[in-house]
Structure formats: structure tokens, C-alpha cells
Ligand binder design. Structure first.
Ligand code: ZN
Ligand code: ZN
Ligand code: FE
Length: 758
């Protein structure tokens, strides 16, 4: 008996090889019918004997292509007809409502295998790809996603490639970047006075890497600078030429096997490393690995990734050093280079050799950075491999453009129940990055065909993103408080609208009172928030300058909490003895010294007092050292619960006074107590006060859901012991899972608020 089913599928089912997958599945089960895209997903009709259609529905959900995701599936019986085969009905111009763009995907196992078969026509061809892998987002110029609208347009497919492209049974059916050595992109290597092509370009690059040279390599979303990570001189040279002094450098290794030699890797971390997104994964390093000590100076982790393009694989295949530094090709904090000519010009004098090709990168996309937290992805930076995949929301709303914060900026555009969070854009502190910010907004708006009705921006009047939003005359805009946006980013991911207890701990965010906030416990729902608790404001001597000079925060803490003990400050910071009187004057007279409730700055101050770091190269560095120091305390019996913070109340908000905690740390130092124990106890103290406050809030309101966000929660010790304590006390604890807890998640929170309040 013939049975015919209509199947409506919603979710991420377009541009991810979904229809060819349906086609192959239908053929395997000997079903007739068709598949086509419709308004908001895919529509399928299948017909066959007995339980075959049921089997189809089952396999459809369980054997999805890597990037597809089904959020809704409805099937119902319809009248059978006389179809004799299964067809893919290609849509003409897709409507905006259905366009979703796939992120770039790491080379799949089939392509890797094929590339290493000597008889194959793509043997050692570094641009091999198929429907399941290869560049996507970074080669698209405009929609629909069709070869003529990508940077592959200039490569005319040869008859062999063309045949694959048009054969529904082929794994390269409609693979837009399909290419081979006859018709596709070609490698070129450039050194002063010498140019090589194809395989010779590759061997030149491998030779240069083995000789300790710095090689610029064109990747998916931009260029890397690569050197042999074992060669300390080469790594030192790279840091000097690039002016990147203390920030950790990412590594690439050919396999998990090689990774195991230098890091302690658990199953969850292995899953992240080998996932199709191929992010940089932070993994605890081993001692004495032979890797240059210059790679990761402040912490116990290496940022590690596996090859994600066939070109990377070929470098290792042809004998490149087994551990390569792979850092973005840029000058200090400027955007990553992504065009050949610009890279040649900007990296002149930095790279010794350029390994490039003639497939254009249409949009910059840095490597993503993640770590494992409780067995799942925890984002530090979300970009290549994930963007522009949307965060799927629980309900629909207006089209919103949210422009994010200043540092680690991202933007978000919403449409229906999708929030398209852009790739990491960077710190909006130079004109170049501001240009990328504007380009990204324009590009995503056009590509996703979203006409926003309103812009949401941060309250900080000096953020370039705020200024930009206010200049867009044709669109109304609203400002949203920074820490409320952090909490909302968690609500957005969880589909929550009701009131929760939100804890946003970070470095800096503009408060509704014009002060610098950063240690905020809020009662918040999707419409509004109340400030339940915060720190007592502390002076920030020199403002921004105090961020890069944590010793200033150390002095501020001593002055503020310990009765202005100048002798003590001078004893703790002898190197700055001559500057201390000036700092104290600034504090007392309030010259260039705003007040802050920042938790990040408290970490800085404690780190400085403990003598871990008095000047830093990037925000948060002192706090990273403090966490690292605390982690070394291990399970010492001498560790106690930590000194209790004092609690005061004013204007209906609890104020946390750090005086007893600072006093105890100074006292501990005086008595020669172990710094690692003091650092650990400081974490315990923080967890203690917030647990107390959160329990108090539950007693008053009955709320049992807690949302944790803000850059301080990149501190795994803080996040894990606070979460464990709250769960023990019966709370449901949420933190960011799809966007970073840092300011990279702000635009999602802003967008979520806009959807529900504009
Ligand atoms: Zn493939
Ligand atoms: Zn070809
Ligand atoms: Fe923040």
C-alpha cells in the first residue's frame, strides 16, 4: 500500500546541504516525491510502501548534515499520486524570510581522504571541498548563495567539476566553492625577489617555517602569521615584529595525537577541537613540552586548534613543524588582514614569506576561541565557524539592530525568531576597526535582507558604537544599560522573559547614574531591572589608565579601605613610590578619578596587592594571573571560607564593602601566608557574599533562576564554585552558552530587549 506524507521542516535547513541530503535519503529508501524550500524552511512530499515514509522521518531527524538543525517538524498524510522519482525543485529567488547563511566549515573526512589519494584528480589540491565542508560565509558577496554571487565566480568550472555540481547523487551537488587544480584557485608564495606557484609555493612555505621564518598564510577569514612554536628565537622575533608582547599566541597542531603531547586533554575538549567549527580551544598545558615559553606567559593554558582548511593539512603533510604558532596577521589591535595586496603592504617587514591564493575573502572572520565548561562549549570569542549562524529565540519580534559595546564588539540583527550575532569585530578603538564595524552592519543587513526598525546601543556616550547609533538619523535608537544587557543575553539564549536574579560581573560599564558600574546584581526581566546589590564605589585613579596599571587600583584599595595608609602603599609598591603621593592627591581631590563599582577592578587591585602584576598589556591580564595563582592552591587544608565582605544598604540597594577582605589579604601577606591560599580565599569570599545576597533575594521575591554573565565569569574558578554553591542551595543557574559572557554577548542582550520593548 502506497502512503504519501507531506513534511514541513523549520530550523537551519537551507544552505547547509539539506535538500541533497533529503534527496539521497529518499533514494536510499526508494521513495518518490520532491523537496523544495518554502517561506520559512523546507517542504517535502514523500511516497512509498508501508513503513518507509515513517522510516524517512526518523532518519531525517537522526542523520542530519553537520550544520543543519531542525526546530520544528510537522508531517501529515496526503493523497498518493503517480510520481516515478524523487526531485529537488530548485527555487528561483529565495524570499528574505528564508535566507540563512552557513558558517565556514572545516574540511570533512571524505575530502581529506580524497586529497591524499595519489590517483585522484584533486591529489594534494589545497582547495578541495564538498557540500559538507569548505568556505561559506567568508566567500559570499550577496544572496542568493549561488556561485555567481561568491568569490568563486571568477573560476569557471571545468567539465569534470561541472558534472559533479549538477549531479544530485554526487557529494559535490550544488557545492558552490567546488574546484579542482584545472579550474580552481591556485597558490602563490611571495618573498622579496621570488615568486612560486602551486605545489612549489607550498614547499617554499614549509621550508621557510622549518628555517624559523615568519610566514603569512591566507586562511578562511583572514591571514595568519605562522612560526615554529618550538623555535624560541622565531617566536620572540614574531612578538617583537608584531608588537604583541604578552597576550597568549594560538597554536595549530596536525592531530589530537600531537595535541596530547603538549596539553592535558579531556573528552569534551577533544570533541571541541575536532568539531566542524574547529575553534581555538583553551586546554591545560603540560610542563616541559619543548614549546617556546613565550607562547603563554600568564596562564596554564594553550589555545590550540586543528587544521581547518586543506591548505593547513597540506602544510603538515609536507613536513611543516608539528606545532605552529598561528596568530592573526595584524598590527597590535587593528583588524586582521584579508586581501593579498593589503597584507603584502601591512605585513611587509613582519612576514618573511607570504603564502597566498587567488580566492578572495569577502568578509573578515577571526578564529573563534572557546573552552570546555561542564562538557559543553563556552565562548571566549565567537567568529569563524559559528558566525553568522543565528541564536534561535523562543518567540518572534520586530527587526532590531543592536550595536554592542566598545570592547570585543559584535552586532546583532534580528528577524522573526532569529538573532544573527555577527562575528567578533574587535575593540572599537581605532578607525580601522570602526570601519569593519560599519562594513559588518552593512554587509549583514544586505546579506540577510533585514530592515531594522530600531537601533539599540549602550548607554556609554563615548562608545563609538553609541555615537554611530545616534548618527543614524533615519532610525530611532534607544540606549540600554550595559549590565542589564549582559543579563538579557542569558535570558535570550534560554528563552526566558520572567524576572530572574541576574549577576553581571565585569570590568566596565556605564551606569544609569553616570558612574562606572561593574559588579551588579540585578532583578531583571525582559522589560526592566532593579539594582539589588553592588559594590561600594571605589576611586579609579587615572580612569582608563588604571585598567593598564593595576598597581593604581592596589593603591586605591589601600587608601580607600585601610585608612589611607601611605606607608603601607609604599611598602607594597616600592617601584612606584615616587608616583604614589600624586595618585593619592588625585584620589583625594577627585582629579581624573571616577568612582567605580567594578568587580574586574577589584580583581586587579587584589592581584596588584599580592604582587602578581602591577602593569598589564591587555585588560583582564592581572585577573587571569590571580585566578591562575588561586588554582595553584590546590586542596590545601589551610584554605578557609575566606573573610566575609561587609554589607551596607542605601537607597534600597545593598552595598558590598571590601574593607575586611582587603585588610585580611594585607594582614596575610604581612604574616607570610601563601599567596595562592590568599588568592583562593579571595575567590571564596566573593562567592560567599554573592551566594548570601542571592539567597536573600530569593527569600524576598521567590525567584529561583539565576543568570550569570560579564567578563569576570571567564574566570573558571569563580564560575564553577559559585555555580556549585547556588545549585546546592536549590537555584537554577544559567550562564552564556551561545555567545561569550564578555562584551561579545552585549549585542544579543540589547537585541532581545529591543524585540520585546520597541
Ligand atoms: Zn568535504
Ligand atoms: Zn575543475
Ligand atoms: Fe561588560
Amino acid at each position: 500500500m502506497q502512503k504519501r506524507l507531506a513534511v514541513e521542516v523549520r530550523g537551519i535547513v537551507q544552505g547547509v546541504g539539506f535538500r541533497p541530503f533529503v534527496y539521497r535519503l529518499a533514494n536510499r529508501l526508494h521513495l518518490t516525491g520532491f523537496v523544495r524550500n518554502n517561506e520559512d524552511g523546507v517542504y517535502i512530499e514523500i511516497q512509498g510502501n508501508a513503513d518507509r515514509p515513517g522510516q524517512f522521518i526518523n532518519d531525517l531527524q537522526n542523520q542530519l548534515p553537520p550544520l543543519a538543525q531542525i526546530t520544528e517538524l510537522h508531517s501529515y498524510s496526503i493523497v498518493p499520486n503517480a510520481d516515478s522519482d524523487f526531485k529537488i525543485i530548485t527555487s528561483t529567488r529565495q524570499k528574505s524570510a528564508e535566507t540563512l547563511i552557513s558558517p565556514d566549515i572545516a574540511t570533512c573526512p571524505e575530502c581529506l581522504e580524497e586529497m591524499l589519494i595519489p590517483a585522484d584528480r584533486r591529489y594534494h589540491y589545497p582547495f578541495i571541498n564538498c557540500t559538507n565542508c569548505g568556505p561559506r560565509f567568508t566567500i559570499i558577496d550577496e544572496l542568493p548563495y549561488d556561485r555567481k554571487n561568491t568569490s568563486m565566480a571568477v573560476f569557471r568550472m571545468c567539465p569534470d567539476c561541472d558534472r559533479e555540481y549538477n549531479d544530485p547523487a554526487d557529494r559535490r551537488f550544488h557545492a558552490q566553492p567546488n574546484a579542482c587544480p584545472v579550474c580552481g584557485p591556485r597558490l602563490i608564495s611571495v618573498t622579496p625577489g621570488q615568486t612560486a606557484y602551486g605545489p612549489s609555493a607550498l614547499s617554499e612555505a614549509v621550508h621557510a617555517l622549518n628555517s624559523g621564518k615568519i610566514v603569512a598564510i591566507k586562511g578562511l577569514g583572514g591571514f595568519h602569521l605562522a612560526v615554529d612554536a618550538v623555535n624560541n628565537d622565531a617566536v620572540t622575533e614574531l612578538r617583537q615584529r608584531k608588537h604583541r608582547f604578552e597576550k597568549p599566541l594560538a597554536l595549530m597542531v596536525p592531530s589530537v595525537g600531537v595535541a596530547r603531547r603538549i596539553v592535558r586533554i579531556c573528552d569534551a575538549e577533544e570533541r571541541l577541537l575536532t568539531s566542524i567549527h574547529r575553534p581555538i580551544v583553551l586546554v591545560r598545558r603540560k610542563d616541559s613540552t619543548g614549546i617556546s615559553p613565550q607562547i603563554s606567559l600568564d596562564n596554564d593554558y594553550f589555545g590550540l586548534m586543528l587544521p581547518y582548511t586543506p591548505l593547513h593539512t597540506m602544510l603538515f603533510e609536507l613536513g611543516a613543524p608539528e606545532v605552529l604558532v598561528m596568530t592573526s596577521a595584524n598590527i597590535s589591535e587593528e583588524p586582521i588582514c584579508h586581501h593579498n595586496e593589503i597584507c603584502l603592504a601591512l605585513m611587509n617587514g613582519i612576514a618573511d614569506l607570504f603564502l597566498m591564493h587567488d580566492r578572495e575573502i569577502c568578509v573578515r572572520c577571526d578564529d573563534s576561541v572557546v573552552r570546555n565548561y561542564e562538557g559543553e562549549t563556552f565562548f571566549i570569542r565567537r567568529a569563524r565557524g559559528y558566525a553568522p549562524r543565528p541564536v534561535i529565540l523562543q518567540d518572534q519580534g520586530k527587526n532590531i539592530l543592536a550595536v554592542g559595546a566598545q570592547l570585543k564588539n559584535t552586532v546583532t540583527l534580528t528577524r522573526q525568531n532569529y538573532a544573527f550575532v555577527s562575528q567578533h569585530i574587535g575593540d572599537l578603538e581605532n578607525l580601522e576597526t570602526l570601519e569593519v564595524f560599519e562594513d559588518t552592519i552593512r554587509y549583514l543587513r544586505e546579506l540577510l535582507e533585514i530592515r531594522p526598525v530600531s537601533i539599540i546601543h549602550d548607554l556609554h556616550p563615548e562608545y563609538l558604537s553609541t555615537k554611530w547609533a545616534l548618527e543614524q538619523g533615519e532610525l530611532p535608537s534607544s540606549g540600554l544599560q550595559h549590565h542589564y544587557a549582559h543579563v538579557l543575553s542569558v535570558l535570550a539564549e534560554q528563552g526566558l522573559k520572567e524576572r530572574v536574579i541576574g549577576l553581571a560581573l565585569d570590568g566596565t560599564g556605564y551606569g544609569t547614574d553616570g558612574l562606572i558600574w561593574g559588579g551588579e546584581m540585578l532583578l531583571a526581566d525582559v522589560h526592566r531591572f532593579d539594582r539589588y546589590a553592588t559594590f561600594k564605589p571605589v576611586p579609579l585613579p587615572g580612569g582608563e589608565k588604571a585598567i593598564l596599571e593595576p598597581w593604581r587600583m592596589g593603591v586605591a584599595c589601600i587608601h580607600h579601605y585601610l585608612d589611607q595608609d601611605i606607608a603601607l602603599a609604599e611598602k607594597l609598591f616600592p617601584l612606584y613610590a615616587d608616583k604614589i603621593p600624586l595618585i593619592l592627591q588625585m584620589i583625594e581631590k577627585g582629579i581624573n578619578t571616577p568612582l567605580t563599582t567594578s568587580c574586574g577592578r577589584l580583581f586587579d587591585g587584589v592581584s596588584a596587592i599580592l604582587g602578581l602584576k602591577s602593569e598589564v598589556r591587555y585588560e583582564g591580564q592581572a585577573a587571569i594571573l590571580l585566578e591562575s595563582c588561586a588554582q595553584q592552591a590546590g586542596q590545601r587544608p589551610s584554605i578557609n571560607e575566606g573573610t566575609k565582605f561587609e554589607l551596607e544598604e542605601s537607597d534600597g540597594t545593598y552595598r558590598i564593602n571590601a574593607a575586611p577582605v582587603i585588610r585580611n589579604i594585607v594582614e596575610g601577606l604581612r604574616m607570610g601566608q601563601d599567596k595562592t591560599v590568599l588568592a583562593y580565599e579571595f575567590h571564596r569570599s566573593l562567592v560567599g557574599i554573592f551566594t548570601d545576597l542571592i539567597i536573600r533575594a530569593r527569600e524576598e521575591t521567590g525567584i529561583e533562576k539565576v543568570a550569570l554573565s560579564g567578563g569576570c565569569f571567564q574566570n573558571m574558578l569563580l564560575l564553577s564554585i559559585l555555580t556549585a554553591g547556588l545549585r546546592d542551595a536549590g537555584f537554577k543557574v544559567y550562564t552564556n552558552r551561545q555567545v561569550p559572557v564578555n562584551d561579545g554577548g552585549i549585542s544579543l542582550g540589547q537585541a532581545y530587549w529591543g524585540m520585546h520593548n520597541i
